[in-house]
Design a protein around this ligand. Structure first.
Ligand SMILES: [Fe+2]
Ligand SMILES: [Fe+2]
Length: 395
């Protein structure tokens, strides 16, 4: 027992040792006995057993952990998930505050070439389906199977951000007065879009039914779904189209959409980081997942995703246009695939040495690009938020 057990303090003063004190009036006291803290309030005694907290901490796991009916994050175990959650919160934005009048004027006065218009149309067609696929998969496949509250909270924030992205597309469609039926038809009738989406989602139905995650084969299915959504789809298959729209933005075309895609891209960088973190912790806790065969399976899955993405890039940009070379976008797909694989310690596939769109990474962190865009809001972070100390980790 501590010698500070009977230390006295003035009313309203903070005791020097909060676990061993007696108030000046003698009506409140606390003492620590082994792992138990005993509080005495007049005639009431409370015994707080700290071993229970430690057991709860030990019971926390990415999957197959202690499940409770609450989303209580305490005791906090996955600190990085909480940090990413705070980063996501700091980047909060609302689509409908973005002024679309200049975009609408350009759209309606044929300021864009037919090929540039096609890029915008493909963006709206693809992302209007893709954002929903990500949101649904994170909700029913990822979040539902996680058992640690802070991972669930961060995933729920991820889902909420997909709703914001979906909302941004509706804001674009409404502002430009684009035919909704035509948008819907795009993700059903354009083979490269349909194939990309089917490729990502084909394994999801079984995972949504609830599977026994104590079996290695099922843990691997879960890990593959995490990889598919966050590293292949969000981390690789989103980026070329982002780069095309932001290339237009650089030419002062469709700057409202460009601004929304800038914020979306920054959100995506957090989603990729969260997915990578959950996957890494999952593998640390379940080394049976990480066989050589499974690692190769993930690499092959990425390779297939890249091939589909190249077909899609060729549909979006069939030939070079002013300020955009098709080959650079194809290289960019390979570059992103490699960096996602590298982030998980997997062998790279393409060895593209340089990022053809270095400027795009800088766009993610707006404070580096203060005067880059002509649009009004160049720093959209909530007040009181802190710039990430290690931004490279989030890309
Ligand atoms: Fe998104
Ligand atoms: Fe996302």
């Amino acid at each position: 027992m501590s010698s500070a057990l009977l230390a006295t303090f003035e009313p309203d003063a903070t005791p020097a040792d909060p676990l061993n004190f007696t108030s000046a009036q003698g009506d409140v006291s606390a003492r620590e006995v082994g792992d138990v803290v005993v509080y005495q309030f007049r005639n009431k005694t409370f015994r707080l057993d700290k071993t229970k907290a430690r057991e709860r901490l030990a019971g926390k796991k990415v999957i197959n952990g202690h499940r409770s009916a609450e989303l209580n994050v305490l005791p906090l175990k996955y600190h990085e998930a909480y940090r990413i959650y705070k980063q996501m919160k700091a980047n909060h934005w609302e689509p409908d505050v973005i002024d679309m009048s200049k975009d609408a004027h350009q759209w309606n006065t044929n300021a864009l070439s037919a090929k540039e218009r096609w890029i915008i149309e493909m963006s709206i067609g693809y992302f209007s389906a893709a954002e929903g696929i990500v949101g649904d998969s994170v909700l029913h496949v990822i979040e539902d199977n996680l058992t640690a509250a802070e991972l669930k909270h961060a995933s729920l924030r991820h889902i909420a951000e997909e709703s914001i992205h979906m909302d941004s597309l509706l804001h674009i469609i409404g502002s430009l007065n684009i035919d909704l039926d035509e948008v819907t038809a795009k993700f059903q009738d354009i083979p490269s879009i349909f194939k990309k989406n089917a490729f990502i989602t084909k394994h999801m139905p079984a995972l949504k039914m609830g599977i026994d995650l104590t079996q290695t084969v099922n843990k691997q299915a879960f890990a593959k779904a995490l990889f598919a959504i966050t590293q292949v789809m969000e981390g690789t298959q989103f980026y070329a189209l982002f780069a095309m729209v932001l290339s237009l933005h650089r030419q002062n075309k469709m700057t409202g959409i460009g601004q929304m895609f800038q914020y979306t891209l920054r959100d995506e960088s957090n989603h990729i980081a969260l997915g990578r973190y959950i996957l890494t912790e999952l593998i640390n806790e379940n080394p049976d997942i990480w066989t050589n065969e499974f690692r190769l399976e993930l690499c092959e899955f990425m390779r297939e995703g890249v091939e589909l993405e190249k077909e899609f890039v060729s549909d979006c940009l069939p030939e070079d246009i002013v300020g955009m070379r098709q080959q650079e976008f194809l290289d960019f797909v390979e570059f992103n695939a490699d960096r996602r694989l590298q982030g998980l310690g997997l062998p790279t596939l393409y060895k593209v040495r340089n990022n053809p769109f270095q400027w795009l990474d800088e766009v993610i962190f707006l404070k580096k690009e203060k005067n880059f865009f002509e649009t009004r809001v160049t720093e959209y972070q909530t007040s009181g938020s802190v710039q990430n100390s290690n931004e490279e980790d989030l890309i």
